[in-house]
Every structure is written in structure tokens, then in C-alpha cells.
Design a protein around this ligand. Structure first.
Ligand code: ATP
Ligand code: MG
Length: 410
């Protein structure tokens, strides 16, 4: 992409109520645009980051046989009445709307009800199981407070996966596969070392559900862990009974701030029963399908990464999710010419700063945008047939022979 042709401009200031550092940078660098509190637009570079995160999640889920779908946002109240999740006294974060012809509709805060209902048309026998389907979908939640930029918003992108099994052991097997897959995903996203699978409340076969929590000072949750982090639990389950279960003492636990980036949950027949998703088993009996649900807050993950990977100059994207790998600056007539040549054929990995601006401004923007490698070609470097390569992460600069220099995607 050529910076001269994009409509987005960087800014010296962020929206004044944006307090988290990463959130300020996302606005200033033009990755997102704030419409209202908790309501954001994704601009070209921000969309590329979001797509990169989605790409990693999609690849890992497909490896374990999950099938991608896209369900509608508009929700039929009848389904949610069956599970008692329509009434505002039960679920208080609904956005609701009306059909022109009369009748209410909801904007989906999650999708258990519609996916369970739709599976009734396809799952009738044990031979149809197991099934796992997922989507990347916009969720709407009328959150009382929006916080930390894109980390808690009223409209956000979630990856939600739902599993359907005939037996508890089939379900458990898949659940463990998802645990492993989530670890692989967070590793590839660059936050693996700081992301912990925690014991959380609300289990069905076991006492617990699990959350994936990433350490960050701007997180809204507090997690507790022992010295080697082999036991990590959420505040909500920190009680004597649970401590005994997990074989740890309260005084052995430390606390830290974290953000919930994912959640996996055994649902049992919580949705299949009221919505009538049954199958005929080998013994001819009609039984409730056993379900699980598995979420990842895709846009929240982007916000968490922006918080964790930033310094006093701007963002520092991990290579896997950076919108472009290289930020290319040509200085002077010949520098500009050679930069243009290098750019050709590499448009998908290079952001060419061909704006009519001072080099200092370009350097500052390359830091703010957090592109992994800054490449500078000038009369000075060309005098030695070199290109200057600066690593955004540690600021180290090397001069490389321009003829040997190869841009690589990986
Ligand atoms: P929280 O406790 O943070 O409100 P939740 O437990 O209600 O989240 P889930 O229903 O488990 O959220 O949704 C799955 C994932 O979606 C969460 O793990 C989180 O990463 C993300 N998420 C939830 N609410 C929001 C939001 N308002 N904005 C952005 N991401 C969100
Ligand atoms: Mg949750």
C-alpha cells in the first residue's frame, strides 16, 4: 500500500476519553475510528490486523475439523423465549429492534439459540454426530460501561464455535482438543507466554468452565496463580472449597490483572433440551445432544495486543498480525527511485511511505504504526549499495547490501 493514496492520516492526539495507551495509539495511528463510546470503525490498516488474527484462528480451527458458517445477526424472540434469555430481567445487554410489519427482533449478543435450532434440521441420528461449527460474527451487547478502547465495546467481533456430540466422552475429547488449539492460537498471536487457562465458574459435567486470560494492566479481571503458574483461577471461584479441590492454599497465590480473551464452556443439554435438539442413539432412544461453546474475542484480542506490544513511540505489532511487514522510506531522488523499484511486486507486504513529507515525520509515523521493519534507502546508504533495516522491537539498525536484500513474507 502507498501511504500517499490512503485517506487515513495519523494524528498527534487521541479521543480525550481514551485513557489506555494501546487504545490511544490505535486511534492516533488510524487503525480504528471512534464513533461513540464503545462503538468503533475499523480502517484499512486496522482491518488488516483483524483479518490476520482471524486467519490464524481459522487455520487452527480447521485443523481440528471445525466448519465455518455465518449466521444472521437478527434474532427470533421465540427461540430465546424457550431458553428464558429474551426477557430483559434475565439478559440485560440486549439491543432489540422491530420489524416494519410488526414484531420484535433482537441483535445477537451470542448465537447458542439460533445454531442449536438450525442443527435440528441436520442432526437426527448418532450417525450425524459429532459436529463442530464456528463463525466470525459481530455481537451486539448493550454494555453499561465501555472500556479500554476496543477491549470492551457494544459491537464487537467474536469467533464463536459450537460443538455437538452424542456422548459425554466424545464431548470431552473435543473440549480437550479445543484447549490445545486455543493454546496454539494464542502462541501464534504472540501472547502465549502471558495467556493462562483459568478455572472459572459455570461448569456442567465438571465444576468449572475455563477462561483464557492474558496478563495486562488494563485488564478488567483479577486472576490468582501459584509460583509456577500450574494453577490459575478467576476471582469468582476463589473460595475454600475450590482451593481444596485444586490443592492450593490461599497464601500461596499471587494476583495479577488480566483480560479475558477467550472462554470455553461445556453446555451439556442446557440449550439442546429446551430447543428440542435430540438425536436417536444406537439403542433407538431419543437423547439430548451434548453441546459446548467456545469463544474468542477477536477485536478484544487486537486491543490486548496493542496494549501489551507498545512503547513510548507507538505500537509494536508481532510479525504474524502486523498489517504490513515493512515500512519503506526512500529519501532523495535516487533513494525514492530505488524504493519504488523494491516496492513493485511486494505491495502486499510493504507499506511505502511515498508522501510528500519530511523524513523525520515518516520515521515517527513508522514507529507509531508499529510495522516490524523500517527500511530506509537514501543517497547515503546507496553510496555503499546498502539499505538500512531497523527492527521496531529493539530499535536495532543494520545496513544490508541492497543486491542481497530479499523481502520475505514469512
Ligand atoms: P466479559 O466477562 O468480559 O463481559 P463474557 O464472559 O460476557 O465477557 P463471553 O460471552 O464469554 O464474554 O464472550 C466470549 C469472548 O468475547 C470473551 O472471552 C471476550 O474475549 C469477548 N467479549 C465479551 N464481551 C465483549 C465486549 N463487550 N467487547 C469486546 N469483546 C468482548
Ligand atoms: Mg466469558
Amino acid at each position: 500500500m502507498r501511504l500517499s493514496t490512503t485517506f487515513v492520516k495519523t494524528s498527534r492526539t487521541a479521543p480525550k476519553d481514551e485513557t489506555a495507551r494501546g487504545a490511544q495509539y490505535l486511534s492516533r495511528a488510524g487503525y480504528v475510528y471512534k464513533e461513540l463510546a464503545g462503538i468503533y470503525d475499523y480502517l484499512p490498516l486496522g482491518l488488516r490486523v483483524l483479518d490476520n488474527i482471524k486467519g490464524i484462528i481459522r487455520e487452527e480451527l480447521n485443523k481440528i475439523g471445525c466448519q465455518e458458517v455465518l449466521l444472521t445477526t437478527l434474532q427470533n424472540p421465540e427461540l430465546w423465549q424457550k431458553t428464558d434469555r429474551w426477557d430483559p430481567s434475565k439478559v440485560d445487554i440486549w439491543f432489540k429492534t422491530e420489524l416494519a410489519a410488526g414484531g420484535e427482533l433482537g441483535l445477537a449478543p451470542t448465537h447458542e439459540e439460533p445454531i442449536t435450532n438450525l442443527m435440528r434440521s441436520f442432526i437426527t441420528s448418532y450417525k450425524d454426530l459429532p459436529v463442530a461449527a464456528y463463525q466470525f460474527q459481530t455481537k451486539f451487547r448493550n454494555e453499561l460501561r465501555a472500556k479500554s478502547g476496543i477491549m470492551r465495546t457494544r459491537e464487537f467481533l467474536m469467533k464463536d464455535l459450537y460443538s455437538f456430540a452424542a456422548t459425554e466422552s466424545d464431548h470431552n475429547r473435543f473440549y480437550h482438543q479445543v484447549e490445545q488449539t486455543y493454546k496454539a492460537i494464542y502462541n501464534r498471536l504472540g501472547v502465549g507466554a502471558d495467556t493462562f487457562q483459568t478455572f472459572a465458574s459455570g461448569g456442567v459435567f465438571s465444576k468449572y468452565s475455563h477462561e483464557f486470560q492474558t496478563l495486562t494492566d488494563v485488564g478488567e479481571d483479577t486472576i490468582y496463580f501459584n509460583a509456577d503458574k500450574s494453577v490459575v483461577l478467576n476471582e469468582e471461584v476463589l473460595n475454600d472449597e475450590v482451593l481444596q479441590d485444586l490443592g492450593v492454599k490461599r497464601e500461596e497465590l499471587q494476583s495479577a490483572r488480566a483480560a479475558e480473551v477467550g472462554n470455553i464452556f461445556t453446555l451439556g443439554s442446557k440449550y439442546s433440551n429446551p430447543l428440542g435438539l435430540l438425536f436417536t442413539d444406537q439403542d433407538g432412544q431419543r437423547k439430548d445432544v451434548i453441546m459446548g461453546c467456545y469463544g474468542i474475542g477477536v477485536s478484544r484480542v487486537m486491543g490486548v495486543i496493542a496494549e501489551k506490544f507498545s512503547d513510548d513511540k507507538g505500537l509494536v505489532w508481532p510479525e504474524n498480525i502486523a498489517p504490513y511487514k515493512y515500512y519503506l522510506i526512500g529519501i532523495g531522488e535516487r533513494g525514492t527511485e530505488v524504493a519504488e523499484k523494491l516496492y513493485r511486486g511486494n505491495e502486499d507486504i510493504v507499506l511505502l511511505d511515498d508522501r510528500d513529507a519530511r523524513p523525520g515525520e515518516k520515521f515517527a509515523d513508522s514507529d507509531l504504526l508499529g510495522i516490524p521493519y523500517r527500511l530506509v534507502i537514501s543517497d547515503k546508504t546507496l553510496a555503499d549499495d546498502t539499505i538500512e533495516v531497523t527492527n521496531r522491537r529493539d530499535g536495532q539498525t543494520t545496513l544490508q547490501k541492497i543486491n542481497d536484500f530479499v523481502l520475505s513474507k514469512a
